[in-house]
Design a protein around this ligand. Structure first.
Ligand code: GLU
Length: 516
């Protein structure tokens, strides 16, 4: 891959909670784009909204990003091992214990850059492009109420811009009157910018309020902080969710006010639920953690998320992609404009595909914690809990398993030998009970005759199928019910193989006794 030092992208989450699946997609697309173009990706923390701060959220974000396999080159890290060969100096974060920052454009945590934003805000005031606003919240509220009453959309009436003389402003500042700094938005102009996904986007400046860029607590608003950082960190492409599209004209106006070059924008489509409404917390899980908890694999989740708004293009039907393949195929310009439906059925299918391909060892290691949480497992006899036994259960279930958390759910008879069933279920269609008894006895003798070493999945199957001949239903159905107590289950030979000869014979005896 060519080394394109000029392409620089960023993932800039606000630490307000867990990593959302939508944020995982934004981070992933940034990562794929950086890898594909030979550029760099950085992780920046946008924590200037003090009200929304959640303790532990930065660490959790980093943990889950790393878990997903997304690797960034610069910015915020927690694992010193990952950056020990980093070319630039590594510093400890001032505001977050145990968090490190690496790269030449730091700090990468916005709450550590407050002086920088203040400097730029004041610069705009000095140039007449922004102004101090001393309006009290009560006045602003009343103004908005009146505007709404008169059918107008609420907008700052520029009281402080038009009424305050320089002496008054200086006096107010000297008295430390609470104030904000607002950007003077030009009137009657169009703000036009290029979006890689949407093409030319245009907004009228008349719809844009004089934005507060520095709040009364001295913190920047998202708009100022994001623009200043993207400029200082030399970001070439801003790839983020569509919910930020209405903010972009404000950003473009800020770039203009500073006289800085505007980066390329790419706004990723909204995530929708199957009713085509915006995906929200209220309707279900949105945190990556929740999906892991539910038994989805990392590879499957990343693969699924990659397809939320992107596919390799016409005529290409591939749906299963490794990260390497995604890097190879991904193109920002092929991302769709239309909202992407978060379809759990598709996630299940993708997950199932990955489960099918897992090695027996890996499947065992990954499913064990799920087994251990299940009541049927806790209550199961000890001999059903060992690795060898569980691997056999998994060998049977693997083909149809969609989520790791589903293990054993359909086949609890592997863990419970006292299941109850109706004797009538032992008969295949209208076969008589005499025949059921006879066939069960034949099966029992055959199974009894298999020596311990020959008790393999293949040989048990072969012997039973041969004995069944043409009469598969009459021979295999009663045996299957005797072994499982279920209408539907894996084949009797598979069940026999898993539970072992002794248990198998015991279950047949139990069925025979039940028929007496
Ligand atoms: N901090 C914003 C967020 O949490 C980032 C928006 C952007 O990428 O500009 O989504």
């Amino acid at each position: 891959m060519e080394n394109n030092e000029d392409t620089r992208v960023r993932f800039a989450p606000s630490p307000t909670g867990q990593l959302h699946v939508g944020s995982l997609r934004t981070a992933l697309y940034n990562y794929l784009f950086a890898k594909k173009t030979g550029g760099k990706m950085l992780l920046r923390i946008e924590d200037t909204d003090q009200k929304r701060f959640v303790p532990g959220a930065v660490e959790s974000l980093i943990k889950w990003l790393r878990w997903s396999g997304i690797a960034w080159d610069e910015g915020v890290f927690v694992d010193p091992e990952k950056i020990k060969n980093h070319k630039s100096e590594i510093v400890e974060s001032k505001n977050y214990e145990g968090v490190l920052e690496a790269g030449n454009f730091g700090p990468y945590i916005q709450s550590e850059r407050l002086d920088i934003y203040r400097k730029y805000a004041k610069q705009l005031v000095a140039e007449g492009k922004a102004y101090y606003c001393f309006c009290e919240p009560q006045r602003l509220e009343k103004m908005r109420e009146d505007q709404t009453k008169n059918g107008k959309s609420p907008m700052y009436d520029r009281f402080c811009l038009t009424n305050l003389k320089e002496e008054e402003i200086n006096e107010n500042l000297k008295k430390e009157c609470p104030h904000t700094i607002r950007l003077k938005i030009p009137r009657d102009e169009a703000v036009v910018f290029e979006d890689v996904i949407r093409g030319k986007v245009s907004f009228s400046t008349n719809t844009i309020d004089d934005q507060v860029i520095l709040k009364s607590d001295g913190f920047p608003t998202y708009h100022l902080a994001s623009v200043v950082d993207d400029y200082e960190m030399k970001i070439s492409h801003v790839i983020r969710g569509e919910e930020w599209l209405p903010s972009t004209p404000k950003h473009v106006l800020l770039y203009r006010a500073f006289g800085w070059e505007v980066p390329m924008f790419a706004h990723l489509p909204l995530l929708l639920n199957t009713e085509k409404k915006k995906l929200s917390k209220r309707q279900g899980d949105v945190a990556v953690e929740d999906y892991v908890e539910k038994g989805y694999l990392k590879e499957a989740l990343v693969n699924f998320v990659a397809l939320l708004g992107w596919n390799p293009g016409k005529g290409k039907t591939q749906e299963i992609f490794s990260v390497e393949e995604l890097i190879e195929e991904f193109e920002l310009s092929k991302v769709h404009k239309a909202g992407a439906v978060f379809d759990l059925k598709k996630l299940d299918w993708i997950n199932g595909q990955y489960i099918k391909k897992m090695s027996a060892d890996k499947l065992y290691v990954q499913t064990l914690p799920f087994f251990e949480r299940k009541e049927f497992f806790m209550k199961a006899p000890e001999e059903c809990k060992n690795e060898e036994y569980l691997k056999k259960v998994l060998a049977i279930e693997q083909e149809r398993l969609l989520k790791l958390s589903d293990v054993g759910e359909e086949n609890k008879f592997f863990f419970n030998d006292i299941f109850v069933y109706d004797v009538g279920l032992l008969a295949w269609k209208d076969m008589g009970m005499d025949k059921v008894e006879e066939n069960l006895k034949v099966a029992k003798n055959l199974l009894d005759g298999i020596s311990g070493n020959d008790w393999t999945r293949e040989s048990v199957a072969k012997i039973l199928l041969e004995a069944a001949g043409e009469n598969r239903g009459e021979f295999l159905w009663p045996l299957r019910v005797a072994l499982t107590g279920e209408q539907r289950s894996p084949s009797p030979s598979d069940v026999a193989w898993v539970v072992g000869k002794e248990e198998c014979l015991r279950r047949i005896d139990r069925a025979l006794a039940l028929m007496k």
